[in-house]
Design a protein around this ligand. Structure first.
Ligand SMILES: [Zn+2]
Length: 301
């Protein structure tokens, strides 16, 4: 486990030059990955990256394939919902980099802005020459998302089903990780071990600084960049039970921290985007996508 204490300092001192700006040309004819490396398409030329990819081969329960769609080069089915819908994580950026950001777009099916943020991230030109990799999960709750329902098809709030301070309640499920969706996310995060996880929700318009330390420092950095304020401790009317960000940050025993963003309801609000080098007037959706990439470029080496 790498220490996180230096992260806030790094946030303040990292150079904007770390942001990758190269353009990837989609190449549907990408060759299969060679042993010990992966194949990426750069500038229309398919070539092998000799550095070993990170993470290593997926564990049982996760099935991956190379894919070139815009700048997405790798796509994994990390599990399936109660109704059997695929839960998909995709990767952009440098497949050999160990600086890893994960963005989860939706956990509660009636909260949709995060899915649009993921769509925006996937549309950005983040190439194999980036200094980081970004994984996005558009929805962890495809059954609920399809019909705008908060819970999964067992009536469980997935953000009460993770193994951190789990408490059996009416919507928590019978036990921690009883649900295939939450189990899929634990399987995925344990495999990838991202430095940082951004969990997108709605709609109270805030960024959660619960936990303090590096976790709160990253949350504040996102708040400033995405101009989603305030950055504050968001309570669960008492201790939170079974939520994903607490589990990943505090008790997962794997590398990294996680924080929650409560997106505003509207996707059309044009506001002051705080990401350097980007237009100030952007929708919250687009600004949040840029903010996620901005943070990824500042992850510790
Ligand atoms: Zn939510």
């Amino acid at each position: 486990m790498r220490p996180h204490l230096s992260w806030p300092v790094r946030i303040l001192t990292a150079s904007a030059a770390l942001v990758a700006a190269a353009t990837l040309v989609p190449d549907a004819s990408a060759a299969p990955a060679p042993a010990g490396g992966v194949t990426v398409a750069l500038g229309g030329v398919t070539r092998a990256v000799t550095a070993a990819p990170y993470p290593a081969a997926p564990p049982a329960g996760i099935a991956c394939r190379t894919l070139v769609a815009r700048s997405v080069t790798y796509s994994c089915v990390i599990g399936r919902s109660v109704e059997g819908r695929a839960i998909v994580a995709t990767r952009q950026g440098n497949p050999a980099s160990r600086r890893v950001l994960v963005v989860n777009g939706q956990m509660h099916g009636e909260e949709w802005p995060g899915t649009l943020v993921v769509d925006q991230i996937r549309a950005l030109a983040i190439t194999g020459r980036a200094t980081y990799q970004i994984w996005t999960v558009r929805t962890l709750n495809p059954d609920g998302g399809r019909i705008g329902r908060r819970r999964n098809s067992h009536g469980v709030d997935l953000n009460r089903n993770f193994p951190d301070k789990f408490l059996r309640m009416s919507d928590s499920g019978p036990r921690a990780l009883s649900e295939p969706e939450s189990a899929a996310m634990v399987r995925f995060l344990t495999w990838v071990q991202p430095d940082l996880v951004i969990s997108l929700h709605g709609y109270s318009t805030s960024v959660d600084t619960t936990g303090g330390g590096a976790r709160a420092a990253w949350a504040r950095a996102f708040s400033r960049a995405a101009n989603i304020t305030p950055a504050k401790v968001v309570s669960c009317s008492g201790p939170c039970h079974g939520n994903m960000t607490d589990w990943y940050s505090a008790t997962s025993r794997v590398h990294g921290v996680a924080f929650t963003v409560e997106m505003p309801r509207s996707s059309k609000v044009v506001r002051r985007c705080g990401v350097p080098g980007r237009p100030a007037s952007l929708s919250t959706i687009r600004c949040s996508a840029y903010a996620a990439v901005y943070l990824a470029a500042r992850l510790p080496a």
